[in-house]
Design a binder for this molecule. Structure first.
Ligand code: SF4
Length: 247
């Protein structure tokens, strides 16, 4: 070893590695804390709409703090008119599915609802495995989302740096690398929503959006899913307060 070795010692590397490991653990724990915070924020919300509104506000607040402290210069490729991600099968929290069904009931005309139900039935029949890509029945002919303001959290928080990769996914089913920060905040938020559902004694799993919407928007006879048995009463109750003259 030469004299210059005093400027570089393996103990310095060990020290830095330990500090980074601890920082990594602290960073990971921030998302656990965020999940707990969002749960606390939403747990007493009266309706799915209130739950999602509070959840969105908490997400925006958290993202602002993260970006201020961990700037990542992430450039999203997502832009208006790009709808590749709207061909993936969408899994959503139950509150998201219920709220979207309520929105469709409240804002789509009877003809629009019938046409949508037909498209959703075709989607359910034709969509194969989890990797199959097909246009979301809520996508318009102009390739925009017909429920944009009420789109589920998973759609709201989808982020890609590479539109070409999204397009290729339509044919090869590849997973899309998303912005790590946005994805981790999303995971914390969805986990909080599912815990809130569980604490309210409700069905607490994410479900496929389109089959879930279909179950809520149509009167199914006989066996229905656990999701539907749990959440349809909430859907019907809120719907009756929104539209008392619909019955
Ligand atoms: S709900 Fe809207 S944003 Fe989500 S996949 Fe369907 S069309 Fe796209």
């Amino acid at each position: 070893m030469s004299q210059t070795d005093k400027f570089f010692d393996h103990s310095d590397v060990e020290c830095a590695a330990e500090a980074m490991r601890k920082a990594g653990v602290m960073y990971d724990d921030l998302f656990n804390k965020l999940c707990r915070q969002i749960y606390e924020d939403v747990k007493d919300a009266a309706t799915p709409a209130d739950t999602l509104k509070i959840c969105n506000n908490s997400i925006i607040h958290a993202e602002h703090i993260f970006v201020a402290n961990f700037p990542d210069n992430y450039q999203t490729a997502c832009q208006q008119g790009c709808s590749h991600c709207c061909h993936f099968p969408v899994q959503a929290a139950p509150q998201d599915i219920v709220q979207l069904a309520l929105h469709i009931k409240a804002s789509f005309s009877a003809d629009e609802q019938l046409a949508l139900i037909e498209r959703m039935q075709q989607d359910v029949q034709q969509r194969g495995g989890a990797f199959m890509r097909a246009p979301c029945p809520l996508l318009t002919a102009e390739q925009s989302c017909s429920v944009y303001e009420q789109r589920p959290l998973v759609c709201r928080m989808f982020s890609s740096q590479n539109a070409q990769s999204c397009e290729q996914s339509l044919t090869d089913g590849r997973q899309i690398a998303q912005r790590p920060l946005t994805h981790r905040i999303f995971q914390a938020a969805v986990t909080a929503l599912l815990i809130a559902a569980e604490q309210q004694g409700m069905y607490k799993e994410q479900g496929l959006l389109i089959p879930g919407l279909l179950e809520l928007l149509t009167d199914t006879e006989g066996e229905t899913s656990e999701f539907c048995r749990s959440w349809k009463p909430v859907f019907s109750e809120v719907l009756s307060t929104l539209q008392p003259d619909r019955s």
